[in-house]
Design a protein around this ligand. Sequence first.
Ligand code: ADP
Ligand code: MG
Length: 700
Amino acid sequence: MASKIEEVFGKNLFHDEVLRERLPAQTYEALQQTIQNGAELELQTADVIADAMMKWAVERGATHYTHWFQPLTGITAEKHESFIEPDEKGGVTLRLSGKRLIKGESDASSFPSGGLRATFEARGYTAWDCTSPAFLKEDAGGITLCIPTAFCSYNGEALDQKTPLLRSMEALNKHALRILRLFGDNETKRVVSNVGAEQEYFLIDKEFLNRRWDIKLTGKTLMGAAPLKGQAASRHYYGAITDRVSRFMNELDEELWKLGITAKTKHNEAAPCQHEMAPVYATANIACDQNQLVMEMMKKVADRQGLACLLTEKPFPYINGSGKHNNWSIGTDTGHNLLEPGKTPYDNAQFLIFLSAVIRAVDKHAALLRLSCASSSNDRRLGGDEAPPAIISMFLGDDLMDVIEKVKSNVEQPERAQALRFGVPTLPEVYRDATDRNRTSPFAFTGNKFEFRMPGASQSLSECNTVLNTIVAESLDHIATRLEMADDFAAEVREIFRDILFGHERILFNGDGYSKEWHEEAARRGLPIITDTVNAIGALKNASTRLLYERYGVFTASELDARYEVLLEQYTEQIVLEGRVVADMVRRQVAPACLEYLSRMAGNIVAARASGLDCKGMDEDMVDIDDAGALLRRRLFELEKALETPLPADKAKAAAIARDDILVKTQKLGKACDKLERLLPRSVWPMPTFDDMLYEDIQV
Ligand code: ADP
Ligand code: MG
């Protein structure tokens, strides 16, 4: 196997080594300047790179290329162009020009834009992101060269997830560097955020998906009686992997390795049919691109193997949902992790400054972090079985809390020799790897990184990382400004640390985030408790949000307005779709099955009576079913009526109606359906049940 990994790893990635090998030294250098320092790429240089890229792809069988981008749909987009160009002799040559590599142009009118395009024109532009390597996508139809790109409108407004992420990384770099310089680091040239995404998912037999319109059209079940077995003490967690799942995982690993994605960890998760995959972390931008590919590849490989991979946040009620743990840290180009407690008090001071920047950021902008994880599907997951609540808090572990207590209570630390130079002997020592685990916290320090557990399994990670980078950049800016003006650096470091702790202590919580008491305590502390997406989206209208994003160049006011509209629209669309699907399943599957059963049984009763049997028991059963059927009809009418009522043009109002009326009626209809399911024989139920779908791979 070892040799197999070496053979396949990065085979389909136009990675640094290939670049170095195929580009003239000068071109390679110029590209590195662009990647590392954002220097502009000359068109001539781009021509050379494009040509090398095309030749590499064609040698591997590619016929087409595409700018691969991430519009606001949550998934990726691609429009394929062949390398063909007519020559003078009536034939064709293959060509990819620098111009086409750098910039693409396409009709953007069908992508969500929140009105950004309307004022200009329908065209959208894609711009090469040379910091994320190009790759080859192989599928049954052929091989395509994919060029990761940003996507914007005619006048440069971001219509995608990547652009703001890249901008936020710039902001983080700028202000983190200021801090490093203040601590005497003149070597570091660039600071980036690093991200490792643990991806949870469900695997079920494809046949089940084919037989359930809710799963097929919305990725989740919208009705279904509680399974008999439930989560069974999470016996699935880390359980032995069945052959069928193992085949899937192995093919997935191989496909990801080909793309240069470092798939590393895989295991069964707590819920039946639930699993997890984690690659080794990478620079935020690359990690977010890779996570999109991971999700796509999971679906593809599952499909090839007669399985369906469900990435929605809560595909089955009564058992755990799926999240995507976003492990986040700040690193330098010299390989230093700035969230790693150091060995010396000097390192510690710097570590504590970065740590306090994160504490301040998360407390100040908890609502934005919450928003970055908001979707109608994640609303169902958060606060549910083993998912973090809809309240942002931070877990630091006992040792760091101890340090914090010491600083707050002003306990003087014994002086240490190394500390003298930087004059920070008063900060207590922090040990590496001193953290314990708290699975219930949405934002936990895990030794040298933060694990943000709130994002949903299907969401683009660009959103939460854009928020994290920006809000931490703001705190670093605040801290750097104070330090730059300070006469006594060491005293100021300590003061800043104390100020932040006193000002933002409420965000720190080491207890059980799943408990009811925490909700009450959080409310007392004044932490925002934002239980649904519509409320979460409101944060985009706050003056503080606008100030923040404009100041750090991450979103303009009109980009924020656009996102506000798009998010509301998507929420409403999803809720309306789910309502329609449930109503349709009830009207055309459940109700007919119920009626058919009732009339068959009525005939049986008549026949039984004719032969002199007392049919009292049967009568009673029929009455129960008939009652449940009547309730179902009432609920169905209510929902159908709500769905027929036109929604107001105001997007916020429409979304509120979707949440308060359509969603509620959808859920009520689902419940009525579940009641009937429990009464009817399994043989007449017109779709697979939770018992059918979920227990295939549990070792009983
Ligand atoms: P666990 O389940 O114990 O939390 P996993 O091994 O499943 O851990 O996943 C941890 C993830 O965190 C991996 O993707 C790993 O590469 C990533 N990670 C490790 N160190 C860092 C770091 N410094 N910055 C960002 N991510 C990191
Ligand atoms: Mg984990």
